[in-house]
Design a protein around this ligand. Structure first.
Ligand SMILES: C[S@@+](CC[C@H](N)C(=O)[O-])C[C@H]1O[C@@H](n2cnc3c(N)ncnc32)[C@H](O)[C@@H]1O
Length: 237
């Protein structure tokens, strides 16, 4: 767990913004791709009035969101696998964003728009019923009870996620922290708009078909940690 001294309080969410100094390649990717792929701050109104289609040139596709993508391996793999889809990828940690942008800099992959601040800025700005699926993989656990209100999955944020997700959209979460897995499973199941797709413990204990592992997840499994996979659906309105 990170120490609090590296965290920046952005509205009510605590995020680590900077780590090691960026190398020249990461800096170049960040400087050149943020103006092209970054969501323009003037679109972030927090008023639920942003149709995500305006972010992309190709409007006939599905739009998925990944919150807290780390170094972006998972969203990059999705972009490669589903070139017809578009992705909104959010990561406030500059080193993570620059690693992701460097990884796509010399490729043709441009089916993504990024935001390097709190995910809730984008979530609250998007129109209702406009996103085809959402991933939150290995969110920060905030283990102390007094910090649970900082968790990215909690009642208030679930209200916003359910608002922007389309009917039947998948809401996909994972973690290797048992207490957080229980917290996310219970809070999402208790939310009236979400339905758990699991039919038995097999479903949350085993990697779903077509799952893309992040480096963080692979390292955890190698170290003997168990990953929990939580797949929910946004109920029909
Ligand atoms: C433990 S890492 C997991 C990274 C990646 N999803 C993975 O599985 O490898 C959690 C990530 O969530 C990001 N994060 C924390 N608070 C956030 C927020 N409010 N909005 C978006 N991302 C956030 C952190 O910067 C960090 O990169």
């Amino acid at each position: 767990m990170k120490s609090d001294k590296n965290l920046t309080k952005n509205k009510n969410v605590f995020v680590r913004r900077h780590g090691r100094k960026l190398n020249s390649q990461r800096k170049e990717a960040l400087d050149n791709l943020m103006p092209v792929l970054g969501i323009k701050p003037e679109l972030i109104t927090n008023k639920g009035d942003l149709p995500p289609t305006v972010l992309f040139e190709n409007v006939s596709t599905k739009i998925y969101m990944e919150i807290g993508f780390g170094n972006g391996e998972h969203v990059k793999a999705l972009m490669e696998k589903y070139p017809e889809n578009n992705f909104i990828a959010i990561e406030p940690f500059v080193n993570g964003m620059s690693a992701f942008l460097k990884s796509i800099y010399e490729t043709n992959l441009r089916n993504v728009r990024v935001w390097m601040e709190d995910a809730l800025d984008v979530v609250k700005s998007l129109k209702s019923n406009s996103i085809d699926g959402m991933y939150i993989l290995n969110p920060d656990p905030w283990p102390k009870s007094k910090h649970h209100k900082r968790r990215i999955v909690r009642k208030e944020t679930l209200n916003e996620y359910s608002r922007i997700l389309k009917d039947d959209a998948e809401f996909i979460m994972s973690t290797d922290v048992d207490e957080l897995a229980e917290w996310m499973a219970i809070s999402t199941q208790n939310h009236p708009d979400f339905e758990w797709t699991a039919t038995s413990s097999y479903d949350w204990k085993n990697m779903p078909e077509d799952w893309i592992q992040t480096r963080y997840e692979k390292k955890g499994i190698e170290a003997g940690r168990k990953q929990t996979y939580l797949i929910f659906k946004r109920k029909k309105r």
